[in-house]
Design a protein. Structure first.
Length: 235
């Protein structure tokens, strides 16, 4: 396994695992317990949005994940009034449990007010998307070669700056792993050869509740647990 990049809650690595295992891990990420708002009690809402829309928006705000016992609830209170001017209600108004402070919930006009209590619990992505920890995807790694006929095709460096670069006036391959475009487009350029491999480029993007690397590790644990249970049933 070779890490290619890691930034902004996103990890990309190259691996020789087979597609079946890669897909099993991807699906198992939705078995990780994640804290999310499950119920919203709205006591006052003078805004232009219906209660149901407010509840939906609050429910999709990512929360800092924490271990809670089954049946336990984490409550967050939101009470905002627009005094002298319009006021944008943001996720941070729910408290310190939110991951991103500046997610907009609603805009209040002058003298409008909103009061609600959001109740969060732990759940899994297989139950509802709001409990999903992030996005996992994979694709085959393609080997890219630039022959003499393609060395003058410097426009490729402008079209695909993540993949190609120009050095000494000649086109060079900078980062093969960044090739996530239709390979047929590249092969239209004479001298560019794209060879598919069995290796995979695996990408994990976290929504912020837990780190991207932690998503992968916990997904593997969830998969192993399910396999152990299956093995016991078969015996």
């Amino acid at each position: 396994m070779e890490k290619i990049s890691e930034k902004n809650n996103k990890v990309v690595f190259k691996t020789d695992m087979n597609v079946s295992l890669a897909n099993a891990i991807r699906r198992s990420a939705n078995e990780i317990p994640i804290l999310a708002v499950d119920e919203v009690d709205i006591y006052k809402n003078d805004s232009a949005l219906y209660d149901e829309i407010i509840a939906h928006r609050v429910g999709l705000v990512p929360l800092k994940n924490q271990k809670v016992k089954e049946g336990d609830v984490v409550e967050m209170k939101l009470s905002v009034k627009a005094e002298g001017q319009r006021r944008e209600v943001l996720a941070k108004d729910l408290g310190k449990e939110v991951v991103y402070d500046n997610i907009p919930i609603v805009i209040l006009d002058k003298q409008q007010e909103i009061e609600l209590v959001a109740k969060a619990k732990q759940g899994k992505g297989i139950e509802h998307a709001k409990f999903s920890p992030g996005l996992l995807s994979y694709r085959h790694f393609n080997k890219v070669e630039v022959g003499k006929d393609a060395e003058k095709s410097t426009e490729l460096a402008e079209m695909y700056p993540e993949v190609f670069a120009v050095e000494g006036g000649k086109l060079k391959v900078k980062n093969e792993a960044a090739l996530d475009i239709d390979t047929e487009e590249l092969e239209e350029f004479k001298g560019v050869k794209v060879t598919p491999t069995e290796d995979l480029i695996y990408t994990i993007e976290s929504w912020g509740q837990i780190d991207a690397e932690e998503i992968f590790k916990d997904a593997v644990k969830a998969l192993n647990k399910n396999l152990d249970e299956l093995s016991k049933e078969l015996k």
